[in-house]
Design a protein around this ligand. Structure first.
Ligand SMILES: *Cc1c(COP(=O)(O)O)cnc(C)c1O
Length: 337
């Protein structure tokens, strides 16, 4: 059992090491030059957390896997879509700590020859996959957990996206990491832009921002992964603050969620395609098609609509997802040069 209490906010919480931290904090000067009226832009490279291709779930899993080990679990069960980055990183984290892993993936089985992106990686990492098919997801999860227990296993269940207060604590700690980086550079940030998927990242960042006393506003970009993201972020933020025994108060203005194009989860339009190409071709940094491209579309909207001042500093939190690109090559090449 590795206890790592780097951060004050999460001091005393069991934590294993799965990441290469701190992730880089970099200025996007070439992108800024390409966009008229663009404020100063920084990017926090959580696509570089490590753990089988990087991404935000690694920070949550440091706390979730530690809890699984404390509880004497031998198997981790989690859930997501076929191209879930959370499932891929959970599969890798389980391997790193000698746990077995079962993934409940929604929808009908994708035929094996078509397993690409995260689906391929799950297989390489040795995770067992169960498809929900037509059955309600919660029923399938309950069945998987019951089967494992009957077989003598000790399963630990991680809800979708690892978005529990314990998982979100990873992002409160990430804000402390960011605070140190900004202090070293004598910089401040006015806005933090990130994607709100299952809400744990957004909630954890909000708690961290309040706790360290940042004046930055957090702008969550909705990618419509869940039906009531605003409500979910609010509840998770309050639960995470309570879980960390922090006495924080939040106002309506703290919870900002934008529709960033407003398309359904997983839909890739010209806006996402253009956003991915813009960052790739100005900075050599790749976004993912489902999460970070949406957040970037939201950021570009904010800049182009005059929703931010040119003298601000905006931090874009890159949360990973690179393998998802390989599952969507056709959509990404459509109509593009
Ligand atoms: C899961 C995921 C998110 C969303 O994080 P939540 O904590 O679920 O809101 C963002 N980006 C990527 C690449 C992800 O895989």
């Amino acid at each position: 059992m590795t206890y790592d209490c780097r951060g004050g906010l999460t001091a005393g919480l069991p934590r294993v090491s799965l990441t290469h931290l701190p992730t880089p904090l970099v200025e996007l000067a070439r992108l800024r030059n390409a966009l008229p009226g663009c404020p100063r832009l920084l990017i926090k490279r959580d696509d570089q957390t490590g753990l089988a291709g990087g991404g935000n779930k690694a920070r949550k899993l440091e706390f979730l896997i530690a809890d699984a080990l404390e509880q004497g679990a031998d198997t981790v069960v989690t859930v997501g879509g076929p191209q879930s980055n959370h499932c891929r990183q959970t599969a890798a984290a389980a391997v790193a700590f000698g746990l077995r892993c079962t993934l409940v993936l929604s929808g009908s089985p994708v035929p094996r020859p078509a397993w690409n992106g995260n689906l391929l990686l799950n297989n390489l990492l040795g995770a067992e996959v169960r498809w929900t098919g037509e059955q309600p997801r919660d029923e399938v999860i309950a069945g998987v957990l019951a089967d494992l227990r009957r077989g003598g296993a000790r399963p630990y269940y991680i809800p979708i996206g690892g978005s529990t207060p314990r998982g979100a604590a990873g992002y409160a700690a990430a804000v402390e990491e960011l605070a140190v980086q900004l202090q070293e550079r004598d910089e401040t940030v006015d806005r933090i832009v990130l994607v709100s998927g299952s809400g744990g990242t957004h909630a954890g960042v909000l708690v961290g921002v309040k706790a360290v006393g940042f004046r930055a506003h957090v702008e969550g970009m909705n990618n419509f992964a869940v039906s009531d993201i605003a409500g979910q972020v609010r509840v998770l933020t309050e639960e995470t603050a309570a879980f960390l025994r922090l006495d924080l108060s939040f106002t309506d203005d703290d919870f900002r969620i934008h529709d960033a194009g407003g398309h359904a989860y997983g839909v890739i339009t010209a806006a996402e395609r253009d956003a991915i190409r813009l960052l790739a071709r100005t900075e050599g940094i790749l976004l993912d098609p489902i999460y970070t491209a949406r957040a970037f579309v939201g950021l570009l909207d904010l800049i182009r609509s005059g929703g931010c001042r040119p003298d601000e500093t905006i931090l874009f939190w890159h949360t990973g997802g690179l393998p998802g690109l390989f599952g969507r090559a056709g959509d990404l090449l459509e109509g593009a040069g």
